[in-house]
Design a protein around this ligand. Structure first.
Ligand SMILES: NC(=O)c1ccc[n+]([C@@H]2O[C@H](COP(=O)([O-])OP(=O)(O)OC[C@H]3O[C@@H](n4cnc5c(N)ncnc54)[C@H](O)[C@@H]3O)[C@@H](O)[C@H]2O)c1
Length: 331
């Protein structure tokens, strides 16, 4: 199978590139990434020389480039996106451009080509918050941030292209990922790195907000399942059932790292902060997928990875990136 993977130099994308090349010997991967903030050239250093892998630095908004790269592929998996909610609040424009216009551009190229399967990676955040119960795929999007709105708009475009043009496309909506190669601006890496640096750990509001966590390799396997068996025009929720308050996650990291809870600092809440996300993922489970990693074991592995790979995060964990919030608290 020949893949075009967009956003493959970021966190989930790079894990997926590595996973797919090591799992299937006949697979070829072209990775298109514009190397914006979530990316890191070091993410795929170990496979740079793999003859089944090719990297192109470029933007999914670049019609010419995408039309050239899409010619010889069977599957396009779109991970490319601006992904940090905080940054989407302070500067939303690029989110609309990459996440919505970029996806539209990919759809147009898939429409013009022949027989490419398009797997669009979306997020649980498009549903907005839910206080009780769990969202099903049939629930309507109700996004709260410019990030989730830009993703929801892209989802709608994908589904409309299936309906109108008969594209072989589907949408995945996964919960919060964690694991190796996640950028230090994100919650779990930031907590680990700040703990290693003996810096206060900022948590928004009361720390009671709930997220459902999934280890990145479980997400990669879910995407693989959908590449193979996902049905055209469908949405698939992906979740592992590890719903935890943010405060609890930070306390677990601190305990596993043998550090005191005194580092915890509650800071002013983020505008539009969703209280809880929760997904019903029974639909993809019927296809045979289920998460294989327990939250605890995966968290231990992730902490260990950040301890052993300071060379990877030190150059990108700048003051600006680790700065807790754009609107409060200095360090
Ligand atoms: N991280 C999570 O918890 C999570 C959960 C559910 C869904 N998702 C989705 O998964 C995808 C990947 O997320 P991630 O956490 O790996 O993000 P990331 O920020 O680590 O990686 C995104 C990658 O996309 C690239 N990119 C951005 N705009 C681009 C453009 N216009 N053209 C080409 N490349 C571009 C970036 O350079 C980066 O390498 C995103 O679509 C995100 O919405 C993430």
């Amino acid at each position: 199978m020949r893949f075009l993977i967009t956003g493959g130099a970021g966190f989930i994308g790079s894990n997926f590139v590595r996973y797919i090349l090591s799992t299937y010997r006949g697979t070829r991967v072209v990775n298109l990434d514009n190397m914006s903030i979530g990316s890191n050239p070091a993410n795929l250093k170990d496979i740079e020389k793999n003859r089944r892998y090719k990297f192109f630095k470029g933007d999914i908004v670049d019609l010419k480039l995408v039309s050239k790269l899409i010619r010889d592929v069977d599957v396009l998996v779109n991970f490319a996106a601006e992904t940090h909610v905080d940054r989407s609040i302070s500067s939303p424009r690029q989110f609309l451009k990459s996440n919505t216009l970029g996806t539209f551009n990919l759809l147009e190229q898939v429409r013009k080509g022949k027989g490419v399967k398009f797997v669009h990676i979306s997020t649980d955040e498009v549903y907005g918050e839910i206080t009780k119960g769990s969202f099903k795929e049939s629930d309507s999007p109700n996004p709260s941030s410019p990030y989730s709105a830009s993703k929801a708009a892209a989802d709608m475009l994908v589904l409309s292209y299936c309906r109108t043009y008969g594209l072989d496309a589907l949408v995945t909506r996964c919960t919060n990922n964690f694991g190796p190669y996640q950028h230090p601006e994100k919650f779990i890496p930031k907590t680990i790195i700040r703990t290693l640096s003996n810096l206060p750990i900022p948590i928004y509001g009361t720390g009671k907000n709930i997220r459902d966590w999934i280890y990145v390799l479980d997400h990669c396997e879910a995407v693989d399942t959908l590449v193979r068996n996902g049905r055209r025009g469908e949405v698939y929720n992906v979740s592992a059932g590890n719903e935890l308050e943010n405060l609890v996650v930070v306390k677990r990291v601190l305990r596993l790292m043998g550090e005191s809870e005194d580092l915890i600092t509650l800071v002013k809440d983020r505008p539009g902060h969703d209280f809880r996300y929760s997904l019903d993922s029974s639909k993809i489970r019927k296809l045979g997928w289920e998460p294989r990693h327990s939250f605890r074991a995966a968290l231990v592995q992730t902490i260990e990875w950040y301890k052993q790979n300071k060379w990877w995060w030190k150059p990108i964990a700048t003051k600006k990136v680790l700065h807790p919030t754009p609107w409060k608290l200095r360090w």
